[in-house]
Write a protein that binds this ligand. Structure first.
Ligand code: LER
Ligand code: MN
Length: 281
């Protein structure tokens, strides 16, 4: 398992769940100095990015970009896949395709689809079967991504932020209905703590379809600040043979740098159920 954290790309001024302060280059350097293996990039519009500079900055720091998170496409620009507005849908597809191309360029493992998917209740009056429409639209994104060798990770999101795919059962149903080899799940412990009966059982149920994990404690602060049982969660992931990232997407509390320090200290000292010997690099 590798350890990452979400940072804003140069095209995102502020992310409510992104860590580290400073310029993009400073954030990457800090992540490296703290001993993170990779930074997960929150991007909004690849057209506003210098792709080569981003790639070079990561390479110079020796960091991977395991995933690009797309929440700000929805959060800032309102772009989403399940909407009765055909023009909005087309723009959402085009932007998502640009993110997929960026992911391929950065050798990123994954592009996530969380809030970007939109809502089924917006389709009332347009279709009696919004789930099938979602299957078709997510299949379209997965097919484009497959052609670029990029996996897509659907993120189950709690009921207060989204109205479909709240838990691993729902996510696995969508994965099965789409039937694409490059489609899996990104599991966020914060959402799982609200929606899944057992975090450990759900992680196991996702199995090899678990492509990426967002870690946060029960209060969405750094691990150790709430009441989740991380020893049990990390042991479950290790048992599953999970090789992907556990990546912090948390409230930057008490500040964005301290939260990043607390996270890596806690994770390194609890991974594999044994205390860290070397501390942070
Ligand atoms: C995005 O990864 C996420 O977990 C959402 O809760 C952001 O609103
Ligand atoms: Mn998340």
């Amino acid at each position: 398992m590798k350890v990452g954290l979400v940072i804003c790309g140069p095209d995102v001024a502020y992310g409510p769940l992104a860590l580290l302060s400073g310029t993009f280059e400073e954030k990457v350097q800090k992540a490296r100095d703290l001993g993170y293996d990779g930074v997960e990039l929150m991007v909004r519009d690849p057209a506003e990015l210098d792709w080569s500079h981003v790639k070079q900055t990561l390479a110079q720091a020796g960091l991977e970009a395991p995933q690009i998170v797309t929440g700000e496409l929805f959060g800032v620009d309102g772009l989403c896949l399940i909407t009765p507005d055909d023009d909005l849908y087309q723009r959402a597809v085009e932007r998502t395709q640009a993110v997929i191309k960026l992911a391929a360029f950065l050798d990123c493992a994954i592009v996530n689809v969380g809030r970007l998917r939109g809502r089924l209740d917006w389709m009332a009056g347009y279709t009696d079967d919004p789930w099938t429409l979602a299957v078709e639209r997510i299949a379209g994104i997965a097919a484009f991504a497959a052609a670029h060798n990029v996996p897509i990770a659907l993120e189950p999101i709690n009921r207060y932020e989204a109205d479909f795919i709240a838990n691993v059962d729902d996510g696995m149903r969508m994965v099965a209905d789409v039937g694409a080899a490059n489609l899996g799940l990104m599991l966020d412990l914060f959402h799982m703590n609200i929606e899944d009966a057992s975090i450990e059982n759900s992680l196991r149920a996702a199995g090899e379809r678990c492509l990426h994990v967002h870690i946060a404690d029960s209060n969405r602060r750094f691990p150790g600040a709430g009441h989740l049982d991380f020893d049990s969660i990390f042991a479950t992931l290790a048992d599953m043979g999970y090789q992907g990232y556990i990546s912090a997407e948390i409230i930057p509390w008490p500040d964005p740098d301290t939260a990043a320090v607390k996270t890596i200290q806690y994770v390194r000292s609890h991974m594999n159920g044994r205390p860290a010997t070397s501390g942070i690099r």
